[in-house]
Design a protein around this ligand. Structure first.
Ligand code: PMT
Length: 325
């Protein structure tokens, strides 16, 4: 059941037999081909391609999984960023957690669908009632629907789902290999919140853990940082952005810089849990750009992802030019 992710040794405590411990999703080869075809098609017409990871990974505690460890991420950053990348001319592979927020629908995520619909006057008393959108609940729906349909027609968005940490690791590796053919035109925007811990399959109980056995004590292995083989081996010419999330703001920038030194990729988007919607720092080996939403921006519903994407697409342009010269 467990087959070949050839991870290098992690820098933190080693995870023995790591390559055998992550189940390969059955559709990985098929997905890899569709990602390669998508990237090849868009790159041939001069478009850049960004792979966005979004949402949190799920780590099972039992083989026949009843319980699992999850990550908090809603997927809003990834979903919203996908829209801005498309607006900036990119084609987007959206590798996201099943049922996390999705481009174009994410702004309606808190709305109950039935509240957003109503009968026409004539429909209410008819046997085959006619249902229309309640414009008071969804005032922007026509605009968003137009954008969504245009993106669908031009096939600018390729959605791929993951649920578990294993799915995520294998699909990201497949994506990196698929995008390696387009070199520096590829960007990796790794916004997913990925678990750092997992229970190896060989140590996982098959059946539901019984509370009658008393308090639960868990020992979890370290997940290898996938950034390392991604940058060094799988997509060495690509423009790679990782994210760094902390709850303690005082260690954030140092951790972001350390990530750059360790993995030698192009930038880290550093954010603190509580302020992540309004403040991030884009850290590169030579700069630290603070991106801040003002009260005015917030009133005008400006999203921080607009600023992040604008910053990174400019940096990607410079990167491509430097690679050519
Ligand atoms: O989804 P939202 O609710 O909108 O929230 C957005 C966000 C806060 C999740 C996002 O902005 C963010 O910060 N994502 C990264 C969260 C994180 O926990 O990163 P990390 O410190 O665990 O990992 C750092 C980087 O290493 C990440 O880019 C990750 O993709 C990468 N990583 C992580 C684990 C692993 N095994 N291999 C990796 O390569």
């Amino acid at each position: 059941m467990f087959r070949g992710l050839n991870f290098p040794q992690p820098t933190c405590p080693p995870a023995p037999h790591v390559k055998e411990e992550f189940a390969v999703p059955s559709h990985v080869e098929e997905v890899k081909e569709s990602m390669a075809a998508f990237a090849g098609h868009h790159a041939a017409s001069g478009r850049r391609v960004v792979l966005i990871t979004s949402g949190g990974t799920k780590v099972p505690l039992e083989s026949r999984t009843v319980r699992f460890l999850d990550n908090f991420s809603s997927g809003r950053r990834g979903a919203s960023s996908a829209e801005y990348f498309i607006e900036s001319g990119y084609a987007v592979i959206f590798l996201h957690r099943h049922r996390s927020l999705y481009p174009y629908t994410h702004m309606f995520a808190t709305i109950n669908m039935l509240d957003a619909l109503k009968f026409t006057n004539e429909g209410a008393s008819s046997n085959s009632p006619e249902v229309v959108v309640n414009q008071q609940v969804l005032p922007n729906i026509a605009k968003v629907l137009k954008q969504y349909q245009k993106v669908k027609e031009s096939k600018l968005l390729l959605p791929i789902e993951f649920s578990t940490l294993s799915d995520y690791l294998h699909l990201l590796k497949a994506a990196a290999q698929a995008l390696s053919t387009i070199g520096s035109k590829a960007m990796f925007y790794l916004a997913a919140a990925v678990s750092d811990f997992y229970i190896p399959a060989s140590e996982m109980p098959e059946h539901k853990i019984q509370s009658s056995n008393g308090p639960l004590q868990l020992s979890m292995n370290m997940v290898p940082k996938i950034l390392s083989p991604l940058v060094k081996d799988w997509a060495p010419q690509a423009f790679v952005i990782s994210f760094k999330l902390e709850t303690d703001a005082t260690i954030l920038l140092e951790k972001a810089q350390r990530a750059l030194e360790t993995y030698r990729h192009q930038a880290v988007v550093a954010n603190v849990l509580d302020s992540r919607r309004g403040y991030v720092v884009v850290v590169t080996p030579k700069s630290q750009d603070e991106l801040i939403l003002t009260e005015d921006d917030e009133r005008n519903e400006v999203e921080i992802e607009d600023r992040i994407v604008s910053n990174l697409t400019s940096a990607h342009t410079k990167f491509i030019t430097q690679q050519r010269s």
